[in-house]
Ligand binder design. Structure first.
Ligand code: ZN
Length: 99
C-alpha cells in the first residue's frame, strides 16, 4: 500500500472510531425516545446496559482496527491510540508528507 493511501485510510478509520466513541449519549437518548414512541412504555434497564455494551464493543473494534494498522515503511504499529493528534508513525515518523 502506498504511504499516502495508508495515512488517508488510517485517518478515515480514526475519524470514524472517534465519532463513534463520542456519539453514545446521543444514540442512547435516541433509543430511549424511539422505544417510548413505539411502545409507550419505558425501556428496561438491563436492555439499556446491553445496548451500551454493544455500542462499546463496536467502538472497541473500530479503535482496534486503527491501532492495529502497521506502518508501510517500518512495519511497526503506526499509532498507539485513536486520540493522538499526530498523523505520523510513532516508530519511524513517516507520514503522508514525508513518506
Ligand atoms: Zn513507521
Amino acid at each position: 500500500m502506498e504511504v499516502v493511501e495508508f495515512w488517508q485510510l488510517l485517518n478515515r478509520r480514526r475519524r470514524l472510531a472517534r465519532v463513534w466513541s463520542l456519539l453514545w449519549p446521543l444514540a442512547g437518548a435516541s433509543c430511549l425516545i424511539a422505544y417510548h414512541t413505539m411502545t409507550g412504555s419505558q425501556i428496561s434497564g438491563p436492555f439499556m446496559v446491553f445496548l451500551l455494551i454493544s455500542w462499546g464493543s463496536v467502538g472497541g473494534l473500530l479503535a482496534l482496527r486503527v491501532v492495529r494498522m502497521r506502518c508501510p515503511k517500518c512495519g511497526n504499529r503506526a499509532v498507539l491510540f485513536i486520540w493522538e493528534r499526530q498523523s505520523s508513525c510513532v516508530a519511524c515518523g513517516s507520514n503522508a508528507v514525508r513518506p
